[in-house]
Design a protein around this ligand. Structure first.
Ligand SMILES: [Fe+2]
Ligand SMILES: [Fe+2]
Length: 358
């Protein structure tokens, strides 16, 4: 290999770590690992084989270079009879430049992909004592053979891939913890107010639909979603179970905001929770804010909450169309004009706006 080519690959490897760590989505990350593996060791394709420890099997999760989606359906038993199994169990890289004569080659893959494997380089993806799986670079370009240098380069890449994969899995665990904690909170709230079953989910869906209609996206939209989920969490923090319903209603926005403001990812949602009962005519609480001084996100949640509460109280005696009309009349001096117009838009578009999914 020419020195200029080597320098190119080394500088590519330096950038790859950063590229991998910017991925928070597993599929996106695996696609990057597979594409970069082919680039770094100049192979026709590369696949990522992951380990399913529970099932004692391995499976293709990502393939590049036209090997086709079909091989993703193949499950390979985890033992030393296949090259990937050998590589994963022994935690050893394998260069095989005469695949046809290696009895470990799993022929079903060639049959399914219609690609004849001539040469193969397999590198385990290891993080601490955990093996995620392996990378297989298939067929060195121009009929050449894989070298020790290719193995070195792909090992560096596999190490960076392991760091990034570990981060993605950790984040997935945290997200899972967060989502289930939210569900537990909602269940606790609904146990306190059984008549409000489903209220939080409906308000969250409606608020997100409305925010989207108003052009919210990305982190700002996510913030509305969080705030809507936690909008009534203050009801859990009543000082005494003997507190009256009316008193709790007055204090729950401020209590809720104080409960979540120290949670880093919810700190921007806290003001929306605090102000979700403020109304533009100053009739709301806890701060009696007026007009534009009320955060727009708080008004989005407020109108969604009010719509849900009123509809569920009246739904046996009125049809949805009539109610939508009356509701828009009822809120006209109490919410910012842009919000009312957007709300009118989603009511006209969806008719039953609280059933629109996220
Ligand atoms: Fe509320
Ligand atoms: Fe509510």
């Amino acid at each position: 290999m020419h020195i200029a080519d080597e320098i190119n690959i080394i500088s590519r490897l330096c950038r790859i770590g950063q590229e991998f760590s910017s991925s928070t989505d597993l599929d996106e990350l695996l696609a990057k690992i597979s594409r970069c593996s082919s680039e770094v060791c100049l192979s026709e394709s590369a696949s990522i084989i992951l380990l399913d420890e529970e099932a004692g099997e391995m499976y293709f999760k990502e393939v590049s270079g036209g090997m086709g989606e079909i091989i993703k359906k193949i499950r390979i038993p985890l033992n030393e009879n296949s090259i990937a199994g050998w590589c994963i169990l022994k935690r050893e890289a394998q260069i095989i430049n005469d695949v046809a004569n290696d009895p470990r080659h799993y022929k079903k893959v060639d049959e399914a992909s219609k690609v004849k494997t001539r040469t193969l380089l397999a590198i385990p993806i290891i993080w601490g004592d955990k093996v995620f799986g392996c990378i297989e670079a298939i067929n060195k370009k121009d009929g050449k053979l894989f070298t020790e240098k290719d193995q070195e380069y792909l090992t560096v890449l596999a190490h960076q891939a392991a760091v990034a994969l570990n981060n993605v899995y950790l984040m997935g665990n945290l997200r899972n913890f967060f989502n289930y904690s939210v569900e537990i909170l909602i269940a606790a709230l609904e146990a306190l107010e059984p008549f409000a079953k489903g209220h939080i989910i409906r308000v969250a869906r409606l608020a997100v639909t409305l925010a989207r209609e108003m052009g919210y996206s990305g982190a700002e939209l996510e913030n509305i979603w969080y705030a809507a989920y936690f909008h009534d969490v203050g009801k859990l923090a009543r000082e005494s179970i003997y507190m009256s319903h009316q008193d709790l209603e007055k204090v729950h926005p401020a209590l809720g905001a104080s409960l979540i403001e120290n949670i880093k990812i919810l700190e921007k949602a806290a003001p929306l929770v605090r102000h979700h009962h403020e109304r533009t005519d100053g009739s709301g609480f806890p701060d009696g804010l007026k007009g534009e001084s009320i955060p727009e996100g708080a008004q989005i949640i407020g109108i969604s909450e009010e719509y849900d509460e009123m509809w569920w109280a009246i739904r046996d005696n009125m049809n949805r169309q009539e109610f939508n009309k009356e509701f828009l009349e009822h809120v006209k001096d109490r919410f910012q004009q842009a919000i009312i117009e957007a709300f009118r838009g989603i009511v006209e578009k969806y008719h039953n706006p609280d059933y629109v999914s996220r």
